[in-house]
Design a protein around this ligand. Structure first.
Ligand code: SF4
Length: 123
């Protein structure tokens, strides 16, 4: 998929209520025909859904990103799985020490990963 397709998807996904197709081509800086081709690719790959929408009596479409399955790596901090997976506590996110510890571990593992990437690029 080209950068423009990815750009379009990112723009659509950045808004929970979606983006009007009649606005998308202007945001992307492409003409409406090219935008239609981009939208078709996103529809064919099932990454977005299209809902009919009337704006000032004119028919257009609202494009809404489909939610994909969660990336399993987003549930890991190093080797530690997010504690919410197996939790049966009454949840109060703001004061959960298990989640706080996991987030601390996430920050450490991200920092370690960044450090190892920069060391490799120096070699
Ligand atoms: S935030 Fe804490 S209490 Fe809530 S589900 Fe996750 S681990 Fe359990």
């Amino acid at each position: 998929m080209s950068g423009t397709d990815e750009d379009a998807f990112r723009i659509i996904a950045s808004s929970p209520e979606g983006v009007l197709q009649s606005e998308l081509w202007k945001i992307l800086g492409v003409d409406s025909r090219k935008c239609s081709r981009i939208v078709k690719k996103l529809l064919d790959s099932n990454r977005v859904e299209r809902v009919e929408y009337r704006q000032d009596g004119i028919k257009t479409f609202r494009l809404i990103a489909r939610k994909g399955p969660a990336d399993p790596y987003c549930l890991l901090a190093g080797d530690e799985l997010i504690p919410c997976i197996a939790c049966d506590e009454d949840c109060t996110i703001e004061s959960c020490t298990d989640l706080l510890d996991w987030m601390y571990q996430l920050a450490i593992s991200d920092a370690e990963e960044s450090s190892s990437v920069s060391k490799k690029s120096e070699e």
